[in-house]
Design a protein around this ligand. Sequence first.
Ligand code: PPS
Length: 570
Amino acid sequence: MGAFKEPHGGELKELYLAEGKADEEKLLAKDYKSWDLTQRQICDLDLLMNGAFSPLDGFLKEGDYERVCDEMRLESGVLWPMPITLDVSEAFAGTLEKGEKLALRDQEGVLLATMDVEDIWRPDLDSEAERVYGTTDDTHPAVAYLKNSTHPVYVGGRVYGIEPPTYYDFKLLRDTPSELRGRFRKLGWRKIVAFQTRNPLHRAHQELTFRAAREAEANLLIHPVVGMTKPGDIDHFTRVRCYEHVLEQYPEQTTQLSLLNLAMRMAGPREAVWHAIIRKNYGCTHFIVGRDHAGPGNDRDGNPFYGPYDAQELFRKHEEELDITMVPFKMMVYVENKAEYLAADETEPTDKVLNLSGTEFRRRLQEGLDIPEWFSYPKVVEELRRAHPPKHKQGFTVFFTGLSGSGKSTVANALMVKLLEDGSRPVTLLDGDVVRKNLSSELTFSKEHRDLNIQRIGYVASEITKNGGIAICAPIAPYATTRRQVREMITPYGGFLETWVSTPIEVCEARDRKGLYAKARAGIIKGFTGIDDPYEAPENAEIVIDTGELSPDLAAHRILITLEKLGYIR
Ligand code: PPS
């Protein structure tokens, strides 16, 4: 490994201005243009400012960005695998000029940092996806983020920190790199092995981390991500409560827990290298890389994006330069006849190996089934059960979409009444017309306004779903992208059933209950869906109903049966 290793990381690049300077900058910033940061940008900025992203001193400029995408290196040649960029809207970028300063604010308008606008450019996001993640398939969460949530213009430049973003939860567990280095020093820890995670810890993880620490003769840092993880992951509040229970399982004084406000990209091998640099900045000397580190799951065809040990390989290639030692780990399995956990490659052919896949574990949680003690700790299981009630106690949204006059409202009403009769949860109907009157009265039928209308409906439905209720939505919702956004807003909290009322336009027009089709044909109403405005038919709706063929009563019944099959009602 070469020369003696500085036990608490290399030089930290903290970007905070000294108190007096920060006050001066705050006054000056009143005249700067302001960008309200997204959640991802706040996470990135937090770790830039506190030095976790050392040696970066700001959001990447174009030259660094290109080289990071192509070669995982900054222009200076330093290894840095992840583009940390500030993406802004076209409209905002149009007001910016190179050389000016920019105020970076949180979602409430609090000034967190200022920045030199050194570079403004339009990146090729598809090429970024291909170069950084090795794919343009948007089942990869980071590619989906690039395609759906990334603004089209990047701004690069030096950042000057004013204050860290405010978090009210688990304050004592959130540490900056210098705080953690200080703690290690105080504790007299000279070797520290870090464990990265975005999931609750079970027995296998405890065994793995404990063994890693033993092998490296090091102390242990459990360093879970609480910024942004993979969509659909268990919320960090629940996870942190779980971590606190698992911490009791380690010998006293050997292990620390600290929370990392990182926005993960699920970039597999590149992400492993990035995670290691971050941990080195936090003062760690060793880093655990297990199977499928920061894996994004499977691609569109069901194949994994990266091989299970690609991350270990890439790490190994750069280990010398990284100056933090990898502790590679194979999958841990429970060997029943030996009543202990072993690495998968340590078992003998005669061993009885027990395994509970993540999917099976989630299924058992969802259905309130038994979870064996060899798999997890009772207190952890209890936390998870509390946070994840079985489906018949979760909220859900039935999201109707279809042309005007297709029968959405009628079927939605019939469904609402049947669900009220069932009485398991409160039911709210967000009908197109009703929403337009109460929530969206100022909106027109332009594409932009329709999207806004649907996003508002999605937001309300996600709140209802999150709180265990039933939301029935019945707008036209003609655009697939917006419908997908609504799905993404709701599925983390409960069920989502897209219900396409596919009644053909001829039938809708023949009905013409409100006389709107006649008006649209006569050109009195412009931009009418199906006539002179598009309707993008759903490709993956959970339910399809043609009210030309099915009565409202039967249609509603069919939806109930589907809900029952999926476990949402009993
Ligand atoms: S959207 O696209 O989802 O925001 O539309 P939505 O809010 O569901 O529409 C509600 C009702 O508005 C009437 N209406 C129109 N529909 C489509 N295109 C145009 N230009 C338009 N102008 C008015 C129409 O009656 C919709 O109600 P439904 O219940 O679908 O018939």
